[in-house]
Design a binder for this molecule. Structure first.
Ligand code: ADP
Ligand code: MG
Length: 363
C-alpha cells in the first residue's frame, strides 16, 4: 500500500508517522530541499510540475493527497485526470483563494465576516466606506500563520498596508471583535460517513496559533459548527479530514477559513482522541472504516514557536505530556514542534498547563 502526499512540511511528517504502523508507505513531493517530512519518510525533491518521474510515483500510489492548499491547480488537475486524488480539486481551488472561499460560503448561506475584493488603491478608498476601522487587508492566496495580512486601525495605516501587500490580489475584511476562536475537525469517508471531533478552543497571537484546548464543551455551538461542516463536506463530495476555523460572536459562528487537510488545532488528537486526525485522514482516503473521533479526556496543545524547549527532560517528568519536534531549523515565528498535555479532568489539566508554563518561556 503506497500513497503520495503533495507537500513535505510538518503535516506530512505527522501523517507519515501515522501511516507507518498501518503498513502504508508514504512518498512526499516537496520543492524545498530541506523538508520536515524527509527525516521520517521518502521525499522526492521536485517542483509541482507533472512529469514522467512524478507520474511513476503517482502510478504506484493507491491514492494521492495533499498537506497544503498552496498547490498549482493545473498540476493537481493533471494528477486527478490520471490518478485517484483525495479530497479532490474543488476543495483546493476554493480554499486556496480567500475570495473564492468566502463567495463559496455565501452561496451555502454560511456566515463570514464582511469582506470585499480589492483591485486597486482607488477601489480600496471607495470600498473602505462600507467598513468600520479597524479592518484587515489580506492577500487572497498563499497566506499562512498570519503572513500576508495587515490590520489598519485608521486611514493612514491603510496606505502602508496597501503598499506592503499590493503586489498580490487582495481581500478587505472587517476586523471582528470576536468572543473567542474555535475550530472543528471533521472527516468524511469514501462511502459518505461523516464523523466530527469535539470543538477546539484556539488562542492566536499575531495571527499564529499559540495553543488549543479540547474538547470545548458547548452544545449549541457544536450543533452549528457540525451543520456547517456537513454542508461543506457534502457540497465538495469530500473524502478525508477537513478543518474549519470560526470566530464566535454572540451566539453566531462566522467561518474564518476552511482547511482541506489535517490542521494544527487537531494535533492533540494524536494522544488525546481515540483515533488521530492523521490516521482518520489515511483511513478515509484509502476507503477504510473511520476510527472513533471521541476525546479520551481533556487536552491542551501548545505550539513551540521560534524555538524549542531547552529543558525537555524536565518537561517529560510531567505525566501524560507528549513532545513532537518537526525537525526544522529555528526561525522567528516558525512552528518548530508542539507539546500535548492530557488529563482526566479540566482541573488536572489546568494544573499541568501551569507547570509547563513555568518551565517554558512561553512565546
Ligand atoms: P492564516 O491563513 O494565516 O491562518 P487567518 O485568516 O486565519 O489566516 O488569520 C489568522 C488569525 O488572524 C485568525 O485566526 C485571527 O486570530 C486573526 N484574524 C484574521 N482575520 C480576522 C478578522 N477578520 N477579524 C478578527 N481577527 C482576524
Ligand atoms: Mg487561519
Amino acid at each position: 500500500m503506497e500513497i503520495v502526499v503533495l507537500g513535505g512540511g510538518q503535516l506530512a511528517r505527522l501523517l507519515a508517522l501515522a501511516a507507518y504502523p498501518l503498513g502504508i508507505k508514504m512518498v512526499c513531493i516537496e520543492p524545498n530541499k530541506d523538508s520536515s517530512a524527509k527525516q521520517v519518510t521518502s521525499v522526492v525533491n521536485s517542483e509541482f510540475i507533472y512529469d514522467e518521474q512524478l507520474a511513476a510515483y503517482f502510478d504506484r500510489a493507491t491514492c494521492i493527497t495533499y498537506e497544503t492548499e498552496n498547490l498549482p491547480i493545473n498540476f493537481v488537475t493533471t494528477i486527478a485526470a490520471h490518478h485517484s486524488l483525495a479530497p479532490g480539486i474543488r476543495p483546493l481551488e476554493i480554499t486556496q483563494d480567500r475570495l473564492l472561499e468566502k463567495n463559496f460560503l455565501k452561496e451555502l448561506a454560511i456566515p463570514t465576516v464582511p469582506y470585499t475584493a480589492i483591485d486597486s488603491w482607488e477601489d480600496l478608498i471607495q470600498k473602505i466606506n462600507r467598513f468600520k476601522f479597524p479592518v484587515i487587508l489580506k492577500t487572497r492566496t498563499s497566506g499562512y500563520d498570519g503572513k500576508g495580512q495587515i490590520i489598519a486601525h485608521q486611514q493612514r495605516e491603510l496606505k502602508d498596508a496597501w503598499e506592503f501587500l499590493s503586489e498580490s490580489p487582495l481581500l478587505l475584511e472587517q476586523l471582528v471583535d470576536y468572543d473567542f476562536e474555535i475550530s472543528i475537525i471533521s472527516v468524511r469517508s469514501s462511502s459518505g460517513e461523516i464523523r466530527f471531533y469535539p470543538l477546539i478552543l484556539n488562542h492566536h497571537r499575531s495571527g499564529i496559533l499559540r495553543y488549543s484546548e479540547a474538547p470545548f464543551d458547548n452544545q449549541k455551538l457544536t450543533a452549528i459548527a457540525q451543520s456547517y461542516a456537513e454542508k461543506i463536506l457534502k457540497e465538495f463530495d469530500y473524502v478525508g479530514v477537513m478543518a474549519i476555523e470560526f470566530f464566535s460572536v454572540g451566539n453566531q459562528l462566522l467561518v474564518n477559513e476552511i482547511a482541506p487537510r489535517v490542521h494544527n488545532s487537531g494535533h492533540w488528537t494524536i494522544e488525546g482522541a481515540k483515533t488521530s486526525q492523521f490516521e482518520n485522514h489515511l483511513r478515509a482516503i484509502l476507503g477504510w472504516p473511520l476510527g472513533s473521533t471521541e476525546a479520551k479526556g481533556f487536552s491542551t496543545l501548545i505550539n513551540c514557536i521560534g524555538h524549542l524547549p531547552n529543558n525537555l527532560p524536565e518537561l517529560l517528568k510531567i505525566d501524560d505530556l507528549h513532545f513532537h519536534t518537526y525537525g526544522k531549523a529555528p526561525r522567528p515565528n516558525r512552528k518548530l514542534g508542539h507539546i500535548t498535555l492530557c488529563a482526566e479532568t479540566p482541573e488536572q489539566l489546568a494544573a499541568k498547563v501551569r507547570e509547563v508554563e513555568s518551565l517554558l518561556l512561553m512565546p
